[in-house]
Design a protein around this ligand. Sequence first.
Ligand code: FES
Ligand SMILES: [Fe+2]
Length: 408
Amino acid sequence: MSLTEATPPAAPMRGAEQVEGLLEVLAERAARPLEEARALPGAFYTNEALYELEIEKIWRQSWIRVGRVEELAQPGDFIKRDIAGEPILITRGADGEIRALSRVCQHRFMDVLAECEGQKGNAETFACPYHKWTYGLDGKLQGAAHMNKSNLYQRTKDDIALPTFTTAVWQGFVFVNLDADPAPLSDLTDQIEPRLGNYDISEWRLADRIIWGEVEANWKIGMENGREAYHHIGTHLNSLEAMWPAHMVDFDEVASSDFFFARMFVSPEAAGGQEDGHHLQPLLLPGAPNLTAYERSFVTVAGLYPGFILVPGPDATLTITFLPTGPTSHYAELDILVHESALSDPELTEKVAEYREWLTSVNGEDAKAQADVQIALTTRTNVDGGPLSHLEVAVQTFQRYLAKKLVD
Ligand code: FES
Ligand SMILES: [Fe+2]
């Protein structure tokens, strides 16, 4: 059967009645050998009921990166985050503990940071803007005005607190899991850490953040785009392809479907020299010490599903974070980290600014490509999914991840 024989759907597949059929397709495609691998049908990126299922089975049960420990260096430092619709507040307590708290006031449900415009700050307490119930950095209620005639309040006030979620820190990245009893983050990171060689990202510092904001594309379009370099020959023909040609990307074979790990080798033509037979990555920022010549010949791309891509390179470690905001949109932000030894470089600020400009331009190409795909998916023609290249092996790994989470 040809790929185009299937009958075009009469209407967009947005309803719950399609989900069972979509999951059957997912299970079948995820099980194929790479030589038979095929993209998922377009309805995977538009179906609203499937999106709700992903929120429940993936986003509310996975480790989600929310920031860096250096953003929570001092007691009172806090980060404001929304994870799949759940309003979260991450704090560093007076006791030094990092906690993830719900931002939903226990009185009548106001977001306690509703009037906090930024993404982070420092505070001793959090006063709900509605009726000023006040919570500590540990989430416990500290006081409330005009409640002296409520016997119920007087009896229960010591037990009133913002609900907490589980946190974990790996190599300086802070993660939150909304699940009540999650598997340890180390189940995932223990598989990735040995592959990083001499990279230890806890030695790196957040130098800049690009808050990209909303991308008008399903979160899976973002993650799939971030896990293949095949599109370097199209989307990034004039930006990345010369430096990291699509055909020079090497994927680790991984038994687990929870992550992918690839190395993008620099092309000989774009190299900034040679050492021990390796073409070296040219450096824009001060390079990290202790990397071998081999480790300076590529940029790593490691995807920790569902929404975090870690890209350690010899002079800059980049991270890309995706968070779903709806069936056809997601939030994206990109961090630029430099090795701690680079902090003394007197020109670091200018160099980071230059790197940011380059990265903004490249990510603009990606964001446009993702949004263009989503717009095209409003079609009612056949969009059953074409064959995948071997350069898209991690797209199929992602199918296996989705099948494990949604079907099994
Ligand atoms: S809703 Fe927060 S104090 Fe009333
Ligand atoms: Fe890209």
